[in-house]
Design a protein around this ligand. Structure first.
Ligand code: C2E
Ligand code: CA
Ligand code: CA
Length: 685
C-alpha cells in the first residue's frame, strides 16, 4: 500500500523505475505486435494466393482434360462411323461422320484455347494429320460407294488407319496426362486447405496473445500516466528541496482543518494551531558556506521538525528559511506554545552538514483558531506577525497579540514600499552627536537612518532594517546611507567644520565582498578623507562568520576607514578575536548604560568594559546616556565618548547645526579624543 504521510498525501511513487519498466514492456510489445501483424498479413496473403492458384490450376487442368476427352471420344466416333460406312454406306452415315469430324476439330480448338504451348503444338500436329486423314477418308468413302472393296481396304490400311492411330494415341495420352494433372492440383488444394485449417487457430491464438499484450501495455501506460499525474500533484503541493508540504498545501490543510469538524474550537473541544518558524541567521550560513550547505541544513531541519510533531500535524516549508507547522487539533493556545518550545528545543543540537557542525536558532510565531479567529488567511497573517515579534525579541516563541504590537501589520505592508523608497529619496539621515566625556566637545556624529514615508510619516529603523536584512535589500540600503552620510560629511568639511561620521553596517554587509570597493568608490566620489568615516558593526555580525568578516574588515581598515564594535557587551565576542580585528572603537551597548544609574550591576559591567577596552587600546563610547548621573560615572571610569538623549537626540543636519550653535563651545576637533589610545589603528593580523 502507498504510505500516507503526515500531510495526508501519499508519498510520491518511485516514478523512474515504473517508467523504465513500462517503457521496456511497451517496446517489447510494439516489436511483438509488428512481428505478429506481419506474420498474420503474410499468412493471409500467402494462403489466399496459394489457394486461389491451386484452385485455378485444378480448374484449368480439369477443363483441358475434358477437352481432350471430348476430342478422344470424337475421333473414336469418326473411326466407328468409318467402319459402319464400309459395311452399309449411305448419306445418313456420311453426315454423322462429318459431324463427328467437326466435333473433333472443335474439341481440338478448345484444347488450343485452354491448354499451354505444348498442347497447342500437339493440336497443330494432330490437325495436320486430321486433314490428311479426312482426305484419305474421302477417297475411302468413294471407293466404298463404287463397290471397290479392295481399293477401299487398301486406302483404309495404308492412308486412314496410320494417322488415326497416331491421333488417337496422342489425344488419349494427353487426355490421361491432363486428367492426372488435374487430380494432382486437386490434391495440393486439399493439402493447402488442411494447412490453412490447422494454421488458422494458431494465428487466431497469436492475435489473442497480441490483444492481451496490447491490453497490458495500455494498462501500463495508464498506470504511468497515473504515476505522472500523482507526481505532478505531489510536486505542486510539496517543496522540492525538503519534500515537505509547501505554502499551497499548508493553506489547503489549514482551510480543511478550520472547515471540517477538527479544530473549529466548537464541539470537539480542540483548536487548529499554526506555528510559523523562521531561522535566525540562516542567510549568513548560506552565504558563508554556500548553497550546498544551506540546502542540506534546510533538509535536516525539515526532518527534525517532522520527527518532533505527531503524524497528523503538517510540517511545511514556505520558502527560504521559513517553515510552518499546522496542528489540526490542539487543545489550547498553551499547548500550541508548548509544541513551539519543543520544536525550538529539537533544533538546538548542532546539525552536522558535510562534516561541519552548524547551529541554528529559530523564532516561532504561534496562533490558534480558538484565540485568533477561524479565517485561514488571517491566521497565517497573524502567525507571521507573531513570528516577527518573536524575531524582534531576538528569538524565542511569541503569540499574536493585537494590542502589544499595533505597528507590526504596518511593518509587513511596509516591506513592499521599501524597494520603492530606496529609489525615491525617501530615506534621510539624522545625526546623533558623540561627545568627548572629558572635553565635552563634539567628536563625531552617528548617522541613523529614517524613512520619510509619504503616508505614514517618519518610520524608524527598527521597523524596516530587519526587513531589509531579511529581504536582501540591506545592500542597497547601506549604500544609500553611506552615500548620504558621505555627502553630509563633505558638506561639513567644506563648511570648515569637519566631523567624523559613523555609519551602521548590518551583518549581511560584512559578508558582501563588494563592500570595501563600494566604500572606497563612495569616499572618492564625495572627496571625503577616509579617517572621517567610522563603520559600526555589531558583535553578532562578527560572530556569524569570523574569518570572512575579519578579512572584510581588514580590507575596509586598509582604506583608512575606522571600525567600531557596536552594541558591545550584549554578544560574546572573544577577547582573542577582538585583538585580531582592526578595530578602533568599542560602543558599550545602551542596555547597560541606560540602567547604570539605577544601582544595578550594569554600573560594574560598564566600568569593566571600559577597562577591558582600554587594555586592548580601544576608544570607548558609551551609548544610551540618558542623564547627568550616568555621564558623571562615565567620567569617573575614564570613558572616552558619550552618546545619548541626555546630550542630544539624533537630529536632522539643520537641527544639529542649531544644537551645536547653542552649546557653550563647539570647536572643530579631531575625531578621537587625545588621550584615548586610539588615534592609531591596531595592526594585528
Ligand atoms: P544603534 O546603532 O544602537 O543606534 C542607536 C539607537 O539608540 C538609535 O535608535 C538611537 O536613536 C537610540 N538612542 C540614542 N541615544 C539613546 C538614549 O539615550 N536612550 C535610548 N533609549 N535610545 C537612544 P534608532 O535611530 O532608532 O536606530 C536603531 C537601530 O537601527 C540602530 O541601533 C542601528 O542598529 C539601526 N540603524 C539605524 N540606522 C541604520 C543604518 O543606516 N544602517 C543600519 N544597518 N542600521 C541602522
Ligand atoms: Ca550604531
Ligand atoms: Ca548601538
Amino acid at each position: 500500500m502507498t504510505p500516507i504521510r503526515g500531510d495526508g498525501y501519499p508519498a510520491p511513487p518511485n516514478g523512474v523505475d515504473a517508467e523504465l519498466r513500462v517503457g521496456r514492456r511497451s517496446r517489447v510489445a510494439s516489436v511483438a505486435l509488428a512481428a505478429v501483424l506481419l506474420a498474420v498479413s503474410v499468412f493471409a496473403v500467402w494462403s489466399s494466393q496459394a489457394t486461389s492458384g491451386a484452385a485455378n490450376r485444378a480448374v484449368s487442368a480439369s477443363a483441358l482434360s475434358d477437352d481432350y476427352r471430348a476430342a478422344a471420344s470424337a475421333i473414336g466416333a469418326e473411326e466407328l462411323l468409318k467402319r459402319k460406312y464400309r459395311s452399309e454406306p449411305g448419306p445418313g452415315l456420311r453426315g454423322n461422320f462429318d459431324a463427328a469430324a467437326a466435333g473433333f476439330v472443335a474439341a481440338m480448338m478448345n484444347v488450343r484455347r485452354d491448354g499451354g504451348a505444348a498442347d497447342r503444338s500437339l493440336v497443330d500436329g494432330v490437325l495436320v494429320l486430321h486433314a490428311a486423314y479426312l482426305d484419305a477418308i474421302g477417297r475411302l468413302f468413294q471407293a466404298t460407294d463404287r463397290g471397290d472393296t479392295a481399293g477401299a481396304t487398301r486406302i483404309d490400311n495404308s492412308e486412314v488407319d496410320p494417322p488415326f492411330w497416331t491421333m488417337q494415341t496422342d489425344v488419349v495420352d494427353a487426355a490421361e496426362a491432363r486428367h492426372l494433372e488435374s487430380l494432382d492440383d486437386l490434391g495440393s488444394l486439399t493439402r493447402l486447405e488442411g494447412v490453412t485449417r490447422r494454421l488458422t487457430p494458431l494465428v487466431f491464438l497469436l492475435g489473442l496473445l497480441l490483444a492481451a499484450a496490447l491490453t497490458t501495455v495500455t494498462r501500463g501506460h495508464q498506470r504511468l500516466l497515473g504515476v505522472e499525474r500523482a507526481q505532478a500533484v505531489h510536486a505542486s503541493l510539496h517543496d522540492a528541496l525538503t519534500g515537505l508540504a509547501n505554502r499551497t498545501l499548508l493553506a489547503e490543510r489549514l482551510s480543511q482543518a478550520l472547515g471540517t469538524g477538527t479544530g473549529t474550537g466548537a464541539g470537539t473541544g480542540t483548536d487548529t494551531g499554526l506555528l510559523l518558524i523562521d531561522l535566525d541567521r540562516f542567510k549568513e550560513i548560506n552565504d558563508t558556506f554556500g548553497h550546498h550547505y544551506g540546502d542540506e541544513l534546510l533538509t535536516q531541519i525539515g526532518q527534525r521538525l517532522n520527527a518532533a510533531v505527531r503524524e497528523v500535524d503538517c510540517v511545511a516549508r514556505l520558502g527560504g528559511d521559513e517553515f510552518a507547522v499546522l496542528l489540526p487539533d490542539v487543545r489550547s493556545l498553551d499547548h500550541a506554545l508548548v509544541v513551539a518550545t519543543q520544536l525550538r528545543t529539537a533544533l538546538e543540537p548542532p546539525f552536522r552538514v558535510l562534516g561541519v557542525d552548524l547551529h541554528v536558532e529559530a523564532s516561532v510565531g504561534v496562533v490558534t483558531s480558538g484565540e485568533h479567529g477561524r479565517d485561514a488567511t488571517l491566521l497565517l497573517q497573524h502567525a507571521d506577525i507573531a513570528m516577527y515579534v518573536a524575531k524582534a525579541q531576538s528569538g524565542g516563541v511569541s503569540t499574536y497579540d493585537p494590542d502589544a504590537d499595533e505597528h507590526t501589520p504596518e511593518k509587513l505592508s511596509l516591506l513592499g514600499d521599501l524597494r520603492r523608497a530606496l529609489g525615491n529619496d525617501e530615506l534621510v539621515l539624522h545625526f546623533q552627536p558623540k561627545v568627548g566625556v572629558l572635553c565635552d566637545e563634539v567628536v563625531g556624529v552617528e548617522a541613523l537612518v529614517r524613512w520619510q514615508h509619504p503616508e505614514r510619516g517618519m518610520v524608524y529603523p527598527d521597523d524596516f532594517i530587519p526587513m531589509a536584512e531579511h529581504t536582501g535589500l540591506i545592500g542597497a540600503l547601506s549604500r544609500r546611507v553611506l552615500d548620504l552620510a558621505l555627502a553630509q560629511a563633505r558638506a561639513w568639511s567644506d563648511a570648515g567644520e569637519a566631523l567624523t561620521v559613523s555609519v551602521n553596517l548590518s551583518a549581511r554587509n560584512l559578508l558582501d565582498e563588494r563592500m570595501p570597493a563600494m566604500v572606497g568608490e563612495l569616499l572618492a566620489a564625495h572627496g571625503v578623507a577616509p579617517d572621517l568615516l567610522v563603520l559600526e558593526v555589531t558583535e553578532s555580525a562578527l560572530m556569524t562568520e569570523p574569518v570572512r568578516a575579519q578579512r572584510l574588515l581588514q580590507e575596509l581598515a586598509a582604506l583608512g576607514v575606522r571600525i567600531s564594535i557596536d552594541d558591545f557587551g550584549a554578544g560574546y565576542t572573544s577577547l582573542g578575536q577582538l585583538k585580531s580585528l582592526p578595530v578602533s572603537e568599542l560602543k558599550i551597548d545602551k542596555s547597560f548604560v541606560m540602567t547604570m544609574s539605577e544601582g544595578s550591576s550594569d554600573d560594574l559591567i560598564v566600568h569593566s568594559l571600559i577597562d577591558l577596552g582600554h587594555n586592548l587600546g580601544l576608544s570607548i563610547v558609551a551609548e544610551g546616556v540618558e542623564n547627568e548621573q550616568t555621564l558623571a560615572a562615565l567620567r569617573r571610569y575614564g570613558c572616552d565618548v558619550a552618546q545619548g538623549y541626555h546630550l542630544s537626540r539624533p537630529l536632522a543636519p539643520d537641527a544639529l547645526a542649531s544644537w551645536r550653535a547653542g552649546r557653550p563651545s563647539t570647536p572643530v576637533r579631531a575625531p578621537f579624543p587625545v588621550g584615548s589610545a586610539l588615534a592609531v589603528i591596531p595592526t594585528h593580523s
